[in-house]
Write a protein that binds this ligand. Structure first.
Ligand SMILES: Nc1ncnc2c1ncn2[C@@H]1O[C@H](COP(=O)(O)OP(=O)(O)OP(=O)(O)O)[C@@H](O)[C@H]1O
Ligand SMILES: [Mg+2]
Length: 344
């Protein structure tokens, strides 16, 4: 992945309330002072000094309890809320400083958003909903229709283009929302709990479809969810929010092995550790390994669960490889220790 971020939030604050301008102007450089002034003036802090970046093609997940500021951050990225303080860079350009006219253009060409509550137009058919952003950016009717049909097929709804939202199930409406956001072929894709209204079976199916889509489309994605198992399945990196702040960000295994506090620990509690942790997380790095003839060799991305199964025949050591080259060793006991540490 390129080291130049596609998207970056820098010191992003969103303060709701009539006195928010006053609060921000007076206390710009000191987080504690901003927070205190916001509370004193009866404002609500939606996002508080949020910093993160998303690399091209990366899927970044934001998690946190209800009211922790996830949607506020997403809406601030899209500039549907103008940030009170801070910058949102897309390809190095600060959206927070951009005019509404220029932003309109960015939303039409570079950014797609799926809203928490679907946000479909009720008196438009599925196809009309999907084609709507194309109409907004001035595409002709034939192009709109062709692209909308293509997107409908992509999300598995071919044949349902003439249905109105109320004639579709929740999952189908969500697919229309996803198709609509993809119709403009956005480079940055913002998804606010897109699967939370769905039953577990459809949810799993859509997660798999998202991963399949992402493997070819390679969008830069910010994805909000409440479900850590979903985050683990989809994310390259995960950020955990509380009270408008990002408390911790890192890979799923970072959060699992090194939670910064009990709040993060509570989020990762129920996740199947053996499935999430990999040999890379627990190996002792070594390069000059003499391969014993009976040694078991596994790639560093192998989950501990698969490694344990592979060791079932009484194997004591694993030689860990990266693209076929030895990079470390794992002992049978290391696996048990890793699971135990994560449990405590
Ligand atoms: N337009 C608004 N005016 C005032 N306060 C707002 C506004 N939008 C959000 N808030 C407040 O900002 C805080 C963060 O809300 P936000 O919607 O970002 O939470 P969330 O993490 O997305 O929650 P959920 O998981 O329930 O969707 C909440 O206290 C909320 O009440
Ligand atoms: Mg929300």
């Amino acid at each position: 992945m390129s080291s130049i971020p596609k998207l970056e939030c820098r010191s992003l604050w969103k303060i709701f309330g009539q006195a928010s301008d006053k609060v921000c102007q007076q206390n710009h450089d000191n987080n504690d002072a901003i927070t205190k002034a916001a509370i004193d003036h009866g404002c609500i802090i939606g996002a508080s000094d949020v910093n993160f970046s998303v690399a091209p093609g990366e899927l970044f997940v934001i998690m946190g309890l209800s009211g922790s500021g996830k949607s506020t951050v997403l809406r601030s990225i899209a500039q549907l809320h103008r940030p009170s303080i801070g910058q949102v860079f897309l390809d190095g350009e600060d959206l927070a400083a951009m005019s509404e006219k220029d932003l309109m253009e960015i939303r039409r060409r570079k950014m797609g958003m799926v809203f928490q509550n679907f946000g479909l137009v009720p008196h438009f058919t599925a196809l009309e909903n999907i084609a709507f952003p194309l109409k907004m950016r001035g595409e002709n009717a034939a192009t709109r229709r062709q692209k909308a049909e293509e997107m409908l097929q992509l999300v598995g709804l071919e044949g349902r283009g003439q249905s109105y939202p109320h004639e579709l199930s929740g999952g189908q409406q969500q697919r229309v929302g996803i198709a609509r956001s993809l119709a403009v072929d956005p480079e940055v894709w913002l998804l606010d709990e897109p699967f939370s209204a769905l039953d577990p079976l459809i949810r799993r199916q859509l997660q798999d479809e998202l991963l399949a889509l992402q493997s070819t489309l390679k969008k830069s994605i910010v994805f909000i969810t409440h479900d850590f198992a979903e985050a683990v399945k989809l994310a390259d990196r995960i950020a955990i929010m509380r009270d408008g702040k990002i408390i911790q960000q890192g890979s799923a295994s970072d959060l699992l092995l090194h939670p910064v506090d009990d709040y993060v620990r509570a989020f990762v509690e129920d996740v199947p550790r053996l499935q999430v942790l990999t040999l890379a997380n627990i190996m002792t790095p070594k390069t000059n390994i003499k391969a014993a003839s009976k040694a078991l060799t596994l790639d560093q991305s192998t989950s501990l669960e698969k490694a344990m199964l592979a060791m079932a025949g009484g194997v004591k050591n694993i030689i860990v490889t990266d693209q076929g080259k030895p990079v470390g060793e794992v002992k049978h006991s290391d696996i048990f220790n890793a699971v135990q540490i994560a449990e405590t």
